[in-house]
Structures are given as C-alpha cells and as structure tokens.
Design a protein around this ligand. Structure first.
Ligand code: COD
Ligand code: ZN
Ligand code: ZN
Length: 384
C-alpha cells in the first residue's frame, strides 16, 4: 500500500499509522485526507520524530472517545496543496509543522511577551482549529487529529499558521526535531530563564528536552550544568551537550534537593523540570537558591496535573515559570533556529539515536518506553 494521489486538489488516499484505542499498537491503514480548507495547506510528510508527548497521550486513558486517532506532531514536510486565502506558501515549500501556531493577529501574537496564540493554541480535542472537524477518514469513519498536526500520516492538512517555511537545503530528517522538543528546551533556557554567563544550572531529566536545555545553557556560558536522571546511561550523552556533573536521585542518601544545595552553596541559579512529573516541580524549586533562583517547567505531565509546594520556597524569592514551546513564536523564530543548525551553532544529529521506516513505527514507541532512545526519526516516504 502506498500513497496514491487521486487529484492534487481533491481527496488523497495514503497510509497513516492509526491508533484504534489508548495504548493499542498503531496499525498502518489506508486513510482519506481531505483537501485543505480556507487558510489551510496540505503537506506531504517527509520525516517525523517521536516526541514523548505522543507516547504519553497515546497511553492516556483520559480521552477514550478520541479514537481512531492519528498521533505525531514533530515533523518536516513539503507543501502539496494550498487552500483559499493562503499567500504565504507555494507548492514545494519545505515546512516544519508546529503544535502551537502563530496567527500573527491576536493579542498574544502581537505581544513580544507571549507565544500563546489565541487562535491556534494547543489543540486538545483532536480536531482542526478552524471548524472543529477532522480532515481524515479511515474505514468510513472520521479519525481524530493530534495537536492539529497528526504527522503519522503520509499526507496531512494543517492550518497555514501551524506550518513554518524553512530553508530547503536543510536536512529534513534533522530539522523535524526543531518542531517540538529541541526548540522547547533551547527556548526554555534562552527565552524563558534567560540564563546568564557563569550561572549554575540543574536539569531534571536528560532526555532530548533536558539535553537541549543543557546545550543552550552551555552556549550562554553557564559554568556548571548538573544533570539529574534515574538512568545513569544518560550522563555519557549529557557530556556532549555540556552537562558537567551527574546525580542519580536513586543513589542519594538524602533528598536530591539537599544534595544540590550542598553542591552549589545554597542552590542553583536556574533549575528545569524536563521529566513531565509535577512532583519534580517542587524538587526543582527547592534546588535553586533563595533570592533569585528561577525554576522553569517544560514537561507535559504524564499523570497528576496539580503542582504542590511549600509557600516558603516562593516567599524566599524563587520564581516558578511555565513555558510551552520554549516561548518561541514559531513563524517568527523557528527559521533562524533552523539556520543555527545549518551553521553548526546547535547540535541535532547527536540526538538522533534511531532511524526507521514508517512501516516500523511501533518500534519507535517501544524504544522510547524502554528509555533507550532520545529521538527516533521515522522516514515516511522511503525505504531505509
Ligand atoms: N527523576 C529523574 N529523572 C527521571 C525521572 C525521575 N523521577 N523519571 C524519568 N526521568 C528521566 C528519564 O530517565 C529520561 O531520561 C528523562 O527523565 C525524560 O526524558 P524523555 O526522553 O522521556 O522525554 P523528552 O526529553 O523527550 O521530553 C519529555 C517532556 C516530559 C519534557 C515532554 O513533556 C516534552 O517534550 N516537553 C517539552 C515540549 C513541549 O512543550 N511539548 C508540548 C507538546 S509535545
Ligand atoms: Zn495568534
Ligand atoms: Zn512534542
């Protein structure tokens, strides 16, 4: 079964990896992809990497009604079709998809202080922003989207505000990493924490996101970058990204925040929660210093969404900051981040631990769940 384009402006029949229920292995199915509506584009997905939140949401029992569903959101592709009113893209443009868009018109898009577009924000109901409908059909039924992207399909329809045109000479199998996790980590360090030279950093979780915080902190001239992870294998890779010290909380005789306080003479300047565990938010807050310590949260919680901490940790001058997509405005900021990769200023290649053809997409889920994978790039269109 392979993509058969019946007519460029009409419905496309292609393959998609469909989840029929929470946690059920994906099944490659023939799906119909509608043509793009007004202000939308249709994209031929070239590469998609598996992000932790694809796995978290696929496993979650919280929205059992949103199946069959097509996950995936960290992706690069080529514009195949253009809906009415779209002037920004041409057929053949190389793009990254993004899970929060930039309409360019709303209060938040017009403010330099926010990337929380009011029209194209994080989509949680499995539908398209514009009409609350889906563009996929499988076995005669509608299939739900994920983050209004659904890149585990050979062709997808996205709002033109949720795609970013990139330099066509950049490797698509690497640029896709910048469409979510890596950009989120780098932006958390640069935009949200605004790390200063010589500062001390603690990063909870050395997955792709935590390592991206580390490389961004190193570029800013941080003097100590302490990585905390229950998997000791993560430290070796961490060194490549600037991690200078490693703590395994399972091997500590006292709470990890106490260990960090002793190591840093009272606490770090900045700490980052990159695990997706809201209990760690309080640990991260306690690991930074009184007075000016800043904790940035990046993780999408895997389970409990509430954060709880003693008020005293705030009263003594710490700041807790939330962030989504590292504060980047995707259209305004991502192209220059892609250029930084091309110029060798930021690393992506070292985060790609696995590459597989689309047919083996379930292996990517297994690898991430086993903890043996940073990013697995799924090649949608070619045999490997
Ligand atoms: N203590 C220490 N380390 C731990 C613990 C623990 N209790 N539990 C897990 N870990 C380690 C794991 O060993 C692993 O190394 C790391 O934490 C987590 O890494 P990954 O590979 O599972 O996940 P990432 O790095 O891809 O990102 C995970 C986040 C949880 C941060 C995820 O929410 C995310 O990608 N967020 C940022 C991007 C964003 O804004 N997303 C929104 C749409 S996706
Ligand atoms: Zn907007
Ligand atoms: Zn993601």
């Amino acid at each position: 079964m392979s993509a058969s384009i019946q007519s460029s402006g009409g419905v496309i029949t292609c393959r998609a990896a469909v989840a029929w229920g929470p946690g059920q292995p994906l099944v490659l199915e023939e799906v119909e992809v509608a043509p793009p509506k007004s202000m939308e584009i249709r994209v031929k997905v070239v590469c998609t990497s598996l992000c932790r939140s694809d796995v978290t949401q696929w496993q979650s029992q919280a929205q059992p009604d949103l199946f069959p569903r097509i996950f995936g959101h960290e992706a690069s592709g080529i514009v195949e079709g253009i809906g009415d009113g779209v002037t920004e893209f041409e057929i053949g443009d190389h793009v990254l998809t993004v899970f929060i868009g930039e309409c360019g018109r709303c209060t938040h898009c017009r403010s330099s202080k926010s990337n929380m577009c009011q029209n194209l924000g994080l989509e949680r109901r499995g539908l398209m922003h514009s009409d609350q409908m889906t563009r996929f059909r499988v076995k005669g039924r509608p299939a739900y989207h994920y983050c209004a992207v659904s890149s585990f399909s050979e062709y997808i329809v996205v709002h033109s505000g949720c795609a970013v045109k990139i330099n066509p000479t950049v490797r698509m199998d690497r640029a896709c990493l910048l469409s979510c996790g890596v950009a989120a980590g780098i932006g958390a360090a640069w935009n949200v924490a605004d790390i200063s030279k010589e500062s001390t950093i603690v990063i909870f979780g050395l997955g792709t996101v935590g390592l991206s915080v580390a490389q961004a902190a190193k570029i800013r001239g941080a003097s100590r970058i302490i990585g905390v992870d229950i998997n000791p294998e993560k430290f070796e890779k961490g060194k490549t990204f600037g991690v200078t010290e490693y703590i395994n909380p399972d091997e500590c005789r006292e709470p990890v925040q106490q260990v960090i306080k002793k190591l840093t003479d009272g606490g770090a300047d900045f700490s980052f929660e990159c695990i997706g565990d809201t209990d760690i938010v309080s640990t991260a807050l306690q690991s930074c210093c009184d007075g000016w310590g800043v904790t940035v949260t990046l993780g999408v919680p895997k389970t409990k969404p509430e954060v709880s901490t003693h008020y005293a940790f705030l009263l003594t001058g710490r700041t807790l900051k939330g962030s989504l997509f590292g504060g980047w405005k995707p259209k305004s900021d991502l192209p220059s981040l892609v250029d930084k990769y091309s110029n060798g200023e930021i690393k992506l290649d070292e985060l790609v631990t696995h590459e597989i053809p689309f047919e083996r997409i379930n292996d990517a889920f297994d690898l991430m769940r086993e903890g043996s994978c940073l990013r697995c790039v799924i090649h949608m269109q070619k045999e490997l």
